[in-house]
Structure formats: structure tokens, C-alpha cells
Design a protein around this ligand. Structure first.
Ligand code: SF4
Length: 223
């Protein structure tokens, strides 16, 4: 990965953001999608595209009882699976991808979810976001998951100017210390849900305001 020159002032600002996030949210590991096995997390993450984690957890609670093994998903009837996951949206594509991905896991990886990013993204329906969820949560490999919260909040904080999730991921990997990658995901998702919402960020109540590009300009505009 190409090194980027960051000014001393910017380094200090990033370090202040990290310290504030660690203080406020801690650095312990959490996963928002309920699962008991790596392949269940893979399926839950495929279902989470354009859907809330809460809704996915409601669906998988029933789904993982109906299909208790990888083999059950691999031989599922697509129409029936579509109905089972209907409420998560994009159910036709998701059902098709879940069946194809579980078949590939069985035929090529002996039922084991791989750790390697290229092998993961080669599975149907698995992009870098899903692959990084698996790498970070299952294998504890430092990885950055660019979901809607990480995309929005990182832009507002001025840590990236990109809109493309892969470019954002690489920007964040360049400027954040590796040990912060997994905590950053969790902290920013929590922050995005509670304070820095898409429609109305609560900048005046935000502990990051003094270090935040958007937050500073929002306060100036109000004056
Ligand atoms: S100051 Fe505002 S824009 Fe910046 S992180 Fe906080 S809520 Fe979001």
C-alpha cells in the first residue's frame, strides 16, 4: 500500500479522534449480526445488504433453525428461500447468492469459510464489505468494513473525500493504525446510529465536534 504524507497537525487530529472514540465506546469486540458459526455470519452479512441488522437478526433467528447446516442451504429450493428471506429486501439475488456461495464452500473449501480476501470475494454475493466482516470477526485479521455509517461518518470527519467504498477502505487503512481498524468499524457504526445520523447529525452534542471537518463548519454556519 502506498504511503501517504500526513502533516503533523493532521496526525494529531486523527489521534485525537481515535482517543475520543476509544474513550467513549471502548475497544472491545462486538458483532451486531447474531450467529453461531462462521458460515452463519457469512449468510447474515449477505442478508444485511440494504437492510438493518435488527431485521436480519429477526430473519436469521427463524432461518437458521429451518436450515441448520451448510448442506441445507446448498440444497435449498430457491423460491422457498426467497420467501424465507423476503423481508430483508433484494431477496431474489440474495437467495441465489446464498445457495451458490454455500455450494461453493462445500465443493471447494470443505465447508470452511476461507480467510483469504481473494477467496472470500470469489464467493457469489460476497464483496469486500462482507469479506472484511468475516476476516475481522472470525479470523481477527485487521480489516475495515465500509458500510453506510463508516462511509458517511468518515467523510464528515474529513478522513476521506471518496464516495466509493473500496477507495474509502484504502484511505482509512492508510491513515488509521492497524490495531484501530476493527474497533473503528464498531465505534463508527455505534456513533452513526446514535449521534451522527444521515439526516440530522447532532453536532452540538458530539464529543468529536472539535476535531470534525463537518462539525466545525456546521457550528460556524449556525453562528
Ligand atoms: S461533529 Fe457532527 S458530523 Fe462530526 S462526527 Fe459529530 S455528529 Fe457527525
Amino acid at each position: 500500500m502506498a504511503r501517504v504524507r500526513i502533516s503533523k497537525k493532521e496526525k494529531e487530529r486523527i489521534s485525537n479522534i481515535i482517543d475520543a472514540l476509544n474513550r467513549e465506546y471502548g475497544v472491545e469486540d462486538r458483532v451486531f449480526l447474531d450467529h453461531e458459526t462462521p458460515w452463519q455470519l457469512l449468510i447474515a452479512t449477505i442478508l444485511s445488504a440494504q437492510c438493518t441488522d435488527e431485521r436480519v437478526n429477526q430473519v436469521t433467528k427463524v432461518l437458521f433453525k429451518k436450515y441448520p447446516s451448510l448442506e441445507d442451504f446448498a440444497k435449498a429450493d430457491q423460491k422457498e428461500l426467497e420467501q424465507d428471506i423476503y423481508s430483508t429486501g433484494f431477496y431474489k439475488n440474495k437467495a441465489k447468492n446464498i445457495i451458490a456461495a454455500t455450494q461453493k464452500l462445500l465443493s471447494e473449501y470443505n465447508g470452511i469459510v476461507p480467510k483469504d480476501i481473494d477467496k472470500l470475494t470469489d464467493l457469489p454475493g460476497v464483496g469486500r464489505k462482507t469479506a472484511n466482516v468475516i476476516r475481522g470477526n472470525i479470523y481477527k485479521e485487521p480489516s475495515i468494513v465500509v458500510d453506510t455509517h463508516v462511509k458517511r461518518v468518515s467523510n464528515r470527519l474529513g478522513l476521506t473525500k471518496e464516495e466509493d467504498p473500496v477507495k474509502i477502505e484504502f484511505d482509512l487503512m492508510r491513515i488509521l493504525p492497524k490495531e484501530q481498524w476493527i474497533p473503528y468499524n464498531l465505534q463508527i457504526i455505534t456513533h452513526g446510529r446514535s449521534i451522527c445520523s444521515a439526516r440530522k447529525p447532532k453536532c452540538e452534542q458530539c464529543f468529536l465536534q472539535e476535531f470534525c471537518t463537518y462539525g466545525k463548519s456546521a457550528i460556524k454556519t449556525d453562528k
